[in-house]
Structure formats: structure tokens, C-alpha cells
Design a protein around this ligand. Sequence first.
Ligand code: HEM
Ligand code: NAG
Ligand code: NAG
Length: 536
Amino acid sequence: MAVISTASGYYAIVGLLTFLTYRYIFYPVFLSSLARIPNAHWSAPLSSLWILNTRFSRRENRTLAEAHRLLGPIVRVGPDELSISDLGSLRTVYQGGFEKPAWYSVFDNYGVPCMFSTRQATEHSIRKRFISHVYSKSFIHSSPATTAQAHAILSERLLPSIEESLAESQRPHGIDVYSVFMGATMDFITGFVYGLKYGTDFLADKAYREHMLEMYKARGEYAIYDQELPRLTKFCRRLGIPLCPWSADSANRELCDWIKRLCDNMMPFIANPEAAATNPRDEPVVWKAVVGGLRKEEAANGKESLLYSTALTNFELSVASELLDHVLAGQETAGLALTYLSWRLSQSLDLQVNLRAELLSLSPNLRVGPDGRLNNMPDPKQLDSLPLLHAVLTETLRLHAPIPGPQPRETPASGCHLGDYFVPGGVRVAALAHTLHREEIAFPDPETWDHTRWLPTVSTEEERKLRNRYFWAFGSGGRMCVGSNFAWHEMKLIVAAIYSNYTSHIVDDTGVKNQADGYTNQPDKERLYIRFERAR
Ligand code: HEM
Ligand SMILES: *[C@@H]1O[C@H](CO)[C@@H](O)[C@H](O)[C@H]1NC(C)=O
Ligand SMILES: CC(=O)N[C@H]1CO[C@H](CO)[C@@H](O)[C@@H]1O
């Protein structure tokens, strides 16, 4: 009896080892259809440790750029994970509507999903229908609310704060434009979401603005734990062993509470949203669209709605979750782009002279009147079609993409073809703006900031077409940035208002060259000191 059970124990162990060797070594390395795809690291088919370590030590951008340069456009970075960088795969994955993986669940706010964190395509398109019209170019270019809000922020807040920095006492150190631009973009997006009356005044309230930036930073730095190691992070949190410091969780809570308070201010108008504003600058455009959309969905489908359990049962938190995402997505990205653009422009007075000439050709333009105020706003279409302004901004979004990191998707259950490979279902696939923006066929000498790549007078139409196909600052397909038109418009207005009136000069740009390597990429020290002078 004893002999038999020893032998069967022996066979069980050998069997188990054989199975494990097959399942975790032989199959992924040799038999899986992913085995034909080049490995970014020899261990990639065996475990995710290498890519996790690359991510946690913040070396992903250059590591993947190098892997694609050496191994081609499709590389395997983990047992079930690929990185892609060719236009064909980009079309298959992003235009093909591949769904988002659980990675995006960290963007569920207050425990409820928002449009950005929604994984499934049909649910996403219901949410998108609520708001896509107010973020369309035609709405933004023609809305009295966006015009009135922009005018107030530029004329009453941004330009005066730059004028103040010209004072003798401030001149030697200049102003931290990183902080100023984060304030300006926060005021723009909260103005559009809640109206100016219930939005922020970050440009005036420097102390509060910098406190919020700290909270935001603490939240962002540790999101990677919940994204890449969700089960372990949750488990440790439950045991009371913090993988990420408590301070990150409490910063996140404070940020959420703050946005919730902005939403609570609007609650008196929930039964009658029209009563929220009597003039265009106070119009809560996005809030109204979200509230109206949810109400309509509730009336049309009630308990049958796909959103019933995720949104309609918790109306207030659903509204807050959606708006929190817009506010944070809209602030940091555009603020980063403006910081890097002002850094690049400050390195060439000639370029500033040419840009100013172009800006002053607008009629009306953004030159400040003798009373220190802006009189008229330029025609948005005219502003949008200024070639030099468009070129300097596009080149900045290329080389310093605010979201350079991977935007993961999941292959559908039936699998798909990428290049010559068959990829089974459930595989995580991602492209990154960082690598696409460094493809030499489209961008020769990719590390050089050269705005002339985008100028019709310097490059051919063919060249610019190819560049536009590789330009991925806002992603592509159905899950592309919904705020891109708003972002272009606000960034162009801010740059135009400043450079119509001032020249800029670097005082201290320590650390600006180094960007954090993550989903978004702040400058190392999160500051950039610039001195402005009145333009003549
Ligand atoms: C320079 C400025 C901006 C950049 C570079 C940018 C970039 C992006 C990118 C790359 C995505 C896709 C992310 C992914 O799939 O992982 C995205 C999505 C999104 N962005 Fe932006 N963004 C900018 C400004 C804004 C603004 C001003 C808003 C204001 C509401 C905004 C709201 C959103 C939302 C709601 C999504 C999710 C869209 C969806 O899932 O359908 N973004 N953005
Ligand atoms: C890429 O990451 C490196 C650090 O690994 C950083 O120095 C560099 O600035 C990053 N580049 C961009 C464009 O984000
Ligand atoms: C070129 C130009 O018009 N510059 C003006 C911009 O606004 C400032 C502040 O009012 C003026 O001092 C500049 O002369």
C-alpha cells in the first residue's frame, strides 16, 4: 500500500512539473502563436517581471523606442502583452474599437465609471453621446459661452498676472510658468464644465493652486501600483501594508472631495439646469450636457439601460465621476504642452518675432488696448488656421507629448491579425505616442524640435500627410481624446494672447529637459522660470 502511494505521489509530482513546464515555459516560448513575435527581452514570454521592472523604474519610453528600432513594429513585452508602432496595427486596434483592459479601472472615480474608464464599447458610446456635441469643433468655435469664458480668463486673469511679473521686484527670478499654465488650463476647463461663477480661479489663488498640484502629483505617482499590480495592491491595502504610501491615497481622497464640492454647488440647479446661468460666461456647458444626457437615458430606458447599475442608480456620483475626469484630463495635459511650448519659444527670439507678426495679422487681434484689456476676441476659424502657430504647437505635442505612455487595449475573443501574426484573444496591446512620434520615416532627426516640419512652405503635402498619420498626441479611433478641439482652441488662445503682447526669456530651466517617464510626463522639477518683457 505504502509503496503504491509513494509511486503515485512521485508520478503526480512529475506530472505537475511536466504540466507547469509545458504551460509556463514550453507553450509560451515555442507553441503560442505569440512565439513568432520578437521579444523585447528574452524573458518576455515567461513572465511580466521585465516589463514591470521597466515601468516601475521609469524607463519605459526609451526602452520601448529602442526595442521597436531594433526589432520592428510589433514586439512582445510580456507573456500576454504586445507593443505596436506601425500604422497598420494602429488601425486594426484603435480604429477597430478594441476594448480597454481593467488597467483603466483606476480612472473610476468615487467607485463609479466615467467615459474614459468605461471598458466596453457599447456602454462607452452611450456616455459619449451625452457630451460629444459640446466638445465638437463647431460648437467650441461658435459658442457664446466659450468666447465669453476665454475672454474673461485671458483679459482679467492671465494677462494681468503676466503684467504683474514685470514689476522690478519680480524681474530677476521671473515667474514659474508651469504653475501659471496649470492655473490657466484649470480655469479654462472648470469654466467650460461649471461656468465661471462655479469654476476655479486658480490664476489668482496661487497658494490653493499649488496645493492642488501637489495633491495631483501624489495621486499620479502611485497610480501605477493599482494599474499594474491591482490584486497585490488591493490585498496589501486590506492587510494594512501600504504598497503606495497612505499620503497618495489621502491626496486622492482630497482631490475627489474637492471636485465633489464643485459638483455639489450645482445641485440646486439639478431640477432646472437652465436656471444655473443667466449670462454666457456662467454657462456650465459640460455639466448641463452630462446631467441632461443621464436624465434622457433614464427616461428612455430606465432599468433596461446599460448604464442602469453603473450610473443611473447613483446619479450624483456619476455626474461627479465624469466631470472629475474632464477637469483633471483637461488641466494637466494642456498645461504641460504650454510649458514646453513656452520653453521652446523662449529659446529663439527670431521665432517669437515671426510668430508675433502672424498673430497681429488677425483682425481683430489679441493686442491689449490702452486700458490694459482685451477688446475683442479673434475669429476662432482664423486663429485655427494660422500656420506658424499651428506648427509650433504641433511640434511641441510631438516631441513632448503630454501622454507619451502606452494606451492599452485588449484583443477581442476571436483574436486578430497584426502584421503577419495571428494574435489570440485577451492579449494586451498598446501603442505609445512616444515611439510613434520618433519614427524616422515620418520625422527625420526625431529628437530635434523643428517646427518647420509642419509648415506648408517648407515641407511637401505628402510629407505632412505621413506626419499627421503618425501624430498621436490625442490617440485615435473611438476612444481618442474627446477634448482635443477644446484643447487646441484654448492652447492657441493662450499662446496668442501672451505672444501678441510679450516676449519671453528663460531664467531657470533646470530639470525641464528631463520629463517623467510615465503615462503623462511632467518636467523633473515641475517648474520653469521665465521672464516676460513687453513686446514693441
Ligand atoms: C493637450 C491636451 C490633451 C492631450 C494631449 C490629451 C490626450 C488624450 C489621449 C492620448 C487620450 C486617449 C487616452 C487613452 O486611451 O489612454 C485622451 C482621452 C480623453 N481626453 Fe484628452 N487630452 C488633452 C486634453 C483634454 C481636454 C482639454 C479634455 C477635456 C475634457 C480631455 C478629456 C479627455 C477624455 C474625457 C478622454 C477619454 C475619451 C474616451 O474614452 O472616449 N482631454 N486624451
Ligand atoms: C523619457 O524618459 C527619460 C527617463 O527614462 C527622460 O529623461 C526623458 O525626458 C523622457 N522623454 C520624454 C519625451 O518624455
Ligand atoms: C505688442 C503689444 O501690443 N504689446 C502690448 C501688450 O500688452 C501689454 C500690457 O498691456 C502692453 O504693455 C504691450 O505694449
